[in-house]
Design a protein around this ligand. Structure first.
Ligand code: PXG
Length: 464
């Protein structure tokens, strides 16, 4: 197997990568000029690059490697399942043991009456499924005019035509004719940036009531569903004020619209419960899942449907599906992932031990001169950099200049910490230990210190 582990020199890999690989969400020529960092190995919470440097994976890959890297059991299960049944479809009145077992397991783990799964290969295509499933649902119950989706600005629901349209990212909407018709976006509950003089609780209520206003604007008889992440992830770990979710739930219930919780990031232990819907007491009709479902070891996603939605949809032929819906190897690997999480009490550990430990250390970063606020839920967290804490000010230089500097510093200091504008984000593997959390915090502080020094030296600590 050594051919897998010996690789070309870094510069050659970078040149080939630049020539033949178009990266997602990346300026190709800018990356080509700089050269991609090549990651060659990973174990637990640490990555190794092609130069042999070790890096703490503060983002769990891309919010997904919940059980940590390099678990041998996962590879064995994939091997065994490939030898037993590498592929068979679930389209034409056939099924197979891994998809049956995984569906039963998800029904057991998911809250309430979320008991039925439609499979995809990731979160974007699962959200595309949700658009079709929800519209077909309303068609079948005799309210075909209910087709409109309400989502939120700065939400991330994927980058397919449907997922990118449901999402509220301006950069995505600027390309390719998105959003598709029939989707509108209300303001997000981001108190730091948008809360003005309101208290967080007042602001949370106001932003929830924007949903009611939007339903009135569109017409209640035309609105099919509201979709939201329990905690906005890619949007910069925006933990809503406590007043937000109860009000959203009330509105969805009273106005007869379906509630879709996009749990692609918040699912599978990330917030200290199996699902963010449990942490925030949300009762969704549909939950989108992906990422942590397999800890990123293999692509799989899906929509977990309530009894109410399933009972209607299963009464007709649903003309929708992907070749890899319920892929046997993906299902077997996901099952093994869930088995490991349960056997090792990972969710309870995040809730009762490592989560509170990280929270205490992370919140203390608010004392840093560059940090305006910290946000955290379980194992996902953000810190907001600002030139003026009391004014909750943005940088004059524009959004993301400080963030990029800080991210580069963190990388050089052996920590993957993502930046969204001038928020710094972490979402480490759920298996991170106290000692590794200490290392993460040390490296984050060092990176903040360096960033602060540079911003001061370059006259960039100016308020917009
Ligand atoms: N919903 C949510 C809430 C997500 O975070 C998707 C759907 C789409 O899933 P797929 O598997 O199709 O990528 C996501 C994905 C980032 C980043 O930079 C976040 C995601 C993907 C890529 C980058 O934070 N989240």
């Amino acid at each position: 197997m050594s051919h897998l582990f010996n690789h070309l020199p870094t510069a050659e890999l970078q040149a080939l990568d630049a020539r033949h690989h178009l990266h997602p969400f990346t300026h190709g020529q800018a990356l080509a000029a700089k050269g991609a960092r090549i990651i060659t190995r990973a174990k637990g919470c640490f990555l190794t690059d092609s130069e042999g440097a070790e890096i703490l994976d503060g983002m769990a890959g891309l919010w997904c490697v919940n059980i940590g890297h390099g678990r041998e059991e996962m590879a064995r299960v994939a091997y065994d399942q490939m030898m037993e049944l590498a592929f068979y479809n679930t389209f034409f009145q056939t099924s197979h043991p891994p998809v049956i077992e995984l569906s039963q397991k998800l029904a057991e783990l998911a809250p309430g009456d979320l008991n039925h799964v439609f499979y995809a290969s990731g979160g974007s295509d699962a959200n595309d499924t949700n658009i079709r499933a929800v519209r077909h649902y309303w068609q079948l119950v005799g309210k075909p005019e209910k087709t409109h989706f309400i989502s939120r600005k700065n939400a991330y629901h994927g980058s397919t035509m449907g997922g990118g349209s449901l999402g509220g990212m301006a950069g995505i909407h600027a390309q390719g004719g998105l959003p598709i018709p029939g989707i509108s976006h209300i303001d997000q509950p981001f108190w730091w940036a948008e809360g003005g003089d309101m208290t967080p609780e007042e602001f949370g209520l106001a932003r929830a009531r924007a949903l009611e206003a939007e339903i009135d604007r569109i017409g209640g008889d035309r609105v099919a569903a509201f979709i939201a992440e329990p905690v906005q992830g890619a949007g910069a770990v925006i933990v809503p004020p406590d007043s937000y979710w109860p009000e959203i739930s009330r509105i969805c219930r009273e106005r007869d619209i379906l509630l879709i919780a996009d749990e692609v990031i918040t699912g599978f232990g990330r917030t200290g419960n199996w699902f963010g819907s449990q942490t925030f007491d949300i009762k969704p009709d549909i939950m989108t899942v992906a990422k942590g479902l397999s800890s990123g070891y293999i692509p799989i996603g899906g929509s977990i449907l309530s009894d109410k939605v399933f009972d209607v949809l299963s009464g007709d032929e649903f003309n929708h599906g992907y070749t890899y819906s319920g892929h046997p190897v993906a299902c077997a690997v996901a099952l093994e992932n869930l088995r490991i999480m349960q056997e090792e009490n990972m969710v309870e550990t995040v809730r009762n031990d490592t989560g509170p430990y990280l929270k205490e250390k992370w919140q203390a970063l608010a004392d840093h001169p560059l940090v305006g606020e910290t946000r955290i839920s379980g194992m996902m967290a953000a810190l907001q950099m600002t030139p003026d804490k009391t004014a909750r000010a943005a940088f004059a230089e524009g959004d993301g200049v400080a963030g990029l500097i800080c991210r580069e510093n963190a990388f050089a200091n052996g920590l993957v910490m993502r930046h969204v504008g001038d928020s710094m984000i972490i979402s480490p593997p759920l298996v991170i230990t106290h000692a590794q959390i200490d290392t993460l915090i040390e490296r984050a502080v060092k990176s903040l210190d360096q960033t602060h020094a540079r911003l001061k030296a370059e006259g960039l600590m100016k308020t917009a």
